[in-house]
Design a protein around this ligand. Structure first.
Ligand code: FO1
Length: 314
C-alpha cells in the first residue's frame, strides 16, 4: 500500500488544510482528529472536530460558520427552547442525525473509530478520519471562575474568560487505536494542522502512543511539518492568540513554533511573519515561508501542495 500522509487536526483550520490535502491525496490522506472537544448534549454525543472535518471533506460544510452543515435549519432547537431545554450549543436538524446515529451505536458498544468510518463512508468522504482515541477525553480550561468544560468556555462564554491552565480529563486512560498506530507506522510524512496548539494539537499528542509513534516515524526519516495558525500575531480562527499570552507565551508564529520544538522538523509560516523565520530556525526547525491564508478551494489546495513539497524536502 502507498504510504499515507497523516494530518493531526482540530476543527476549522484543520478541516481547511485537510480539504486541500484530500484534493491531492484522496484516500492516501489520514486525518487524526482531536476528540477532547466532544460534548454530551440532550443525551447525545457530539464530536465537533470530527464532524467539522467530515462535513468539510464531504463538501457539505457551512463555510460561513466554520462548523455544521450548509443550508442547515434549527427546527428541533426551536422546539427544545419551547420546552425550556438549554440550547446555547446549537444543534442543527441535519447535524442531529449524525449525533443520533453515533450515540445509538456507542450505546450498542461499537468503537468510535468504526462509527466514524461508517459515517464518513455514508457521506462519500475519500480520506480516512480517525478519532485520536476510542476512550473519552475531555478538555477543561482553568479560568477565574474555576475549571470549565471546553464547550462551556468556547461557545457558552464566547471564549471570553482568560485561560490560565488546560487539562485533559481521562487522558491517563486513553490510548491510540491500532488504526492510528498503523497510519503513523507507515506514514510518508506527518503534518500538524494550523489548529490551536493547546486545545487541538496537544490533546492528540497526549494520547498514549501518539507522540511515541510520531517520534518513531521521525527516526525512520518521515518528516513532521507544522503549519502556523497565527499570522501577524492573530489567530486565523478561535482564541489561540489570547491563549498563547495567558499561558505565558508569545502570540506569534515563533510562540507556536516553540510548542513544536522536538516534535516538528519543518515549520510553515506566513509571509507576513517572514522576520520570525530566523529565530524559528534557531529552534532547530527548517522554515518554509508562504501565504498560509487559505482563500477558497484553490487556496486550500495551494497551501496543501506547499506543505507536501515541504515534507518532500522542497
Ligand atoms: N460553535 C459555536 O460557536 N456555537 C454553536 O452553537 C456551535 C454548535 C456546534 C454543534 C455541533 C458541532 O459539531 C460544532 C458546533 N460548534 C458551535 C463549533 C464547535 O464549538 C467548535 O468547532 C469546536 O469545538 C472548536 O474547534
Amino acid at each position: 500500500m502507498t504510504q499515507p500522509i497523516v494530518l493531526l487536526a482540530g476543527g476549522v483550520g484543520g478541516a481547511r488544510l485537510a480539504h486541500g490535502l484530500q484534493a491531492h491525496l484522496g484516500n492516501r490522506l489520514v486525518v487524526v482528529v482531536n476528540t477532547a472537544d466532544d460534548v454530551e448534549q440532550h443525551g447525545l454525543t457530539v464530536s465537533p472536530d470530527h464532524d467539522t472535518v467530515m462535513y468539510t471533506l464531504a463538501g457539505i460544510d457551512n463555510r460561513e460558520w466554520g462548523w455544521g452543515i450548509a443550508g442547515e435549519t434549527f427546527n428541533v432547537t426551536e422546539m427544545l427552547e419551547r420546552y425550556g431545554a438549554e440550547t446555547w450549543f446549537r444543534l442543527g436538524d441535519r447535524d442531529l442525525a449524525t449525533h443520533i446515529v453515533r450515540t445509538a451505536r456507542l450505546r450498542r458498544g461499537d468503537r468510535p473509530t468504526e462509527i466514524a468510518r461508517d459515517l464518513q463512508h455514508a457521506l462519500g468522504v475519500r480520506a480516512v478520519i480517525l478519532p485520536m482515541s476510542d476512550q473519552p477525553v475531555r478538555t477543561e480550561v482553568l479560568t477565574d471562575d474555576g475549571w470549565l468544560e471546553f464547550q462551556d468556555y468556547f461557545v457558552r462564554r464566547h471564549q471570553e474568560p482568560e485561560v490560565r491552565d488546560v487539562r485533559f480529563v481521562g487522558i491517563e486512560d486513553a490510548t491510540s487505536t491500532h488504526e492510528v498506530d498503523a497510519a503513523l507506522e507507515s506514514a510518508e510524512a506527518i503534518v500538524i494542522a494550523p489548529s490551536n496548539p493547546f486545545v487541538s494539537v496537544r490533546p492528540i499528542l497526549s494520547v498514549a502512543g501518539i507522540e511515541a509513534g510520531l517520534q518513531t516515524a521521525r527516526s525512520r526519516g518521515a518528516p513532521v511539518v507544522a503549519v502556523s495558525g497565527i499570522v501577524g500575531g492573530v489567530a486565523l480562527k478561535g482564541p489561540a492568540d489570547r491563549m498563547l499570552v495567558s499561558l505565558g507565551h508569545e502570540a506569534s508564529a515563533l510562540g507556536v513554533a516553540r510548542q513544536y520544538t522536538g516534535i516538528a522538523d519543518v515549520f510553515v509560516l506566513d509571509r507576513l511573519d517572514e522576520a520570525l523565520a530566523a529565530p524559528i530556525r534557531e529552534l532547530g526547525l527548517r522554515t518554509v515561508v508562504t501565504d498560509t491564508i487559505m482563500a477558497g478551494d484553490a487556496g486550500r489546495a495551494r497551501l496543501a501542495a506547499e506543505v507536501l513539497a515541504a515534507a518532500r524536502g522542497g
